[in-house]
Design a protein. Structure first.
Length: 275
């Protein structure tokens, strides 16, 4: 159980570096569109090489998770960010623990305890305080809908991955292989008009390996030991890590609401792990 939480925290930490990696790439002159599509496409290429080397074939769980969960997430979330801004899109995405805990109670038989409810309140409130203060909020209806759709897609990924682990599906089948079926979805909304250059290469490689392949593998490995509901709350460490890295590496200022939000997220994660 403890090792499962370690996997989940490390995965969230790696995902938390995504925003900083994008910003550093853009500051270096890398093409924004290739940073967006390069991450899943290169990850899919590496996943396919690994699958061929291991002489594996993707199964139904890989297809289901890739097509119905990760693929839509890759489409909905960037569009939500473009329409309502990163702050509000992040808040909408991280309502996922609410939906996961409700759905896992109904579909997976996980208990919905008072501790989980308190942790959900603390965690989601913390994310709001971390993400919203100081940002321009645009209440555009389609953007709000896309943000909620990204949350639903992320929730479905966690639920399907947990179900797969309960049924004894190999970790790689529910973590890395689904990327093969999810990656092409990014080309539905982002269309680079020129080939990538060597300038994009190191950022794309980092985003593909450290922000996609490794965290998905570790996250699903964590779901092998931890309930979906609890795992979703622990994953709220991601915006906390993103905030800390933005302060350390980009020199962004921390506000009082953000510090309070960070404290609430840490309290939520601590309460979840200790129960």
């Amino acid at each position: 159980m403890v090792l499962g939480y370690v996997y989940l925290v490390v995965a969230a930490t790696l995902w938390g570096t995504i925003g900083v990696a994008y910003k550093l790439g853009l500051q270096a002159g890398a093409d924004y569109e290739w940073l967006i599509v390069g991450r899943p496409l290169l990850a899919a290429l590496l996943a396919s090489v690994h699958m061929v080397a291991e002489r594996r074939r993707p199964g139904m769980w890989s297809i289901a998770i890739g097509v119905f969960a990760l693929g839509p997430l890759y489409v909905f979330y960037p569009q939500a960010v473009a329409r309502v801004g990163a702050g509000l899109a992040s808040v909408l995405l991280y309502t996922a623990p609410i939906w996961v805990n409700i759905a896992s109670y109904k579909a997976l038989g996980e208990p919905l305890t008072s501790e989980k409810i308190v942790a959900l309140f603390l965690g989601v409130t913390g994310v709001v305080l971390i993400s919203v203060p100081g940002r321009l909020i645009v209440l555009e209806p389609l953007g709000l809908l896309l943000g909620l759709a990204s949350s639903a897609s992320y929730s479905l990924y966690i639920l399907l991955a947990r179900k797969a682990m309960v049924q004894g599906v190999p970790v790689i089948e529910a973590s890395i292989n689904p990327i093969l079926f999810a990656a092409p979805a990014t080309l539905l909304t982002v269309h680079p008009d020129k080939p990538p250059t060597l300038l994009e290469a190191p950022y794309m490689l980092y985003l593909a390996v450290a922000c996609t392949i490794l965290p998905y593998y570790l996250h699903v490995k964590g779901l092998k030991h931890v309930e979906a509901g609890k795992a979703s709350i622990v994953s709220l460490a991601e915006p906390l890590v993103a905030l800390a890295l933005a302060y350390i590496l980009l020199g962004e200022k921390l506000t009082t609401p953000q510090l309070l939000g960070s404290t609430l997220v840490l309290a939520a994660i601590t309460l979840t792990i200790n129960k």
